[in-house]
Structures are given as structure tokens and as C-alpha cells.
Design a protein around this ligand. Structure first.
Ligand SMILES: [Zn+2]
Length: 56
């Protein structure tokens, strides 16, 4: 999963009960639902580990 702005691979960032995908380069943050239709299988697997967390 890459940043839409700069194509840098996004990092999963967990905070409290929320998960964001964050670009380490330009600091843009994405809500999971913003990218839901574009998530690749690698990222989906990674997010499965956070399944108890609310995706707001
Ligand atoms: Zn970026």
C-alpha cells in the first residue's frame, strides 16, 4: 500500500483504539476506510492483527 501523494510505502500506526496508515515521508495519514477498496492482500493480512480495533 503506497501513499497517494508520494508513493512511499505506508506504515500501519496504531493509536489507542484506532489504526491509521501513515506515510513516513510526507506524514499524510489515511483512515482505513479511505483505502478499503484499494488494500492489497499484504496490508489486509497486517490489518487482521488489529481486528479488535474499531476502524473509524
Ligand atoms: Zn506520502
Amino acid at each position: 500500500m503506497k501513499c497517494k501523494e508520494c508513493q512511499t510505502p505506508l506504515q500501519v500506526e496504531r493509536r489507542c483504539r484506532q489504526v491509521r496508515l501513515k506515510c513516513p515521508k510526507c506524514q499524510r495519514e489515511y483512515h482505513i476506510h479511505e483505502l478499503a477498496s484499494e488494500l492489497d492482500s499484504t496490508m489486509e493480512k497486517e490489518l487482521e492483527r488489529f481486528s479488535c480495533i474499531i476502524y473509524d
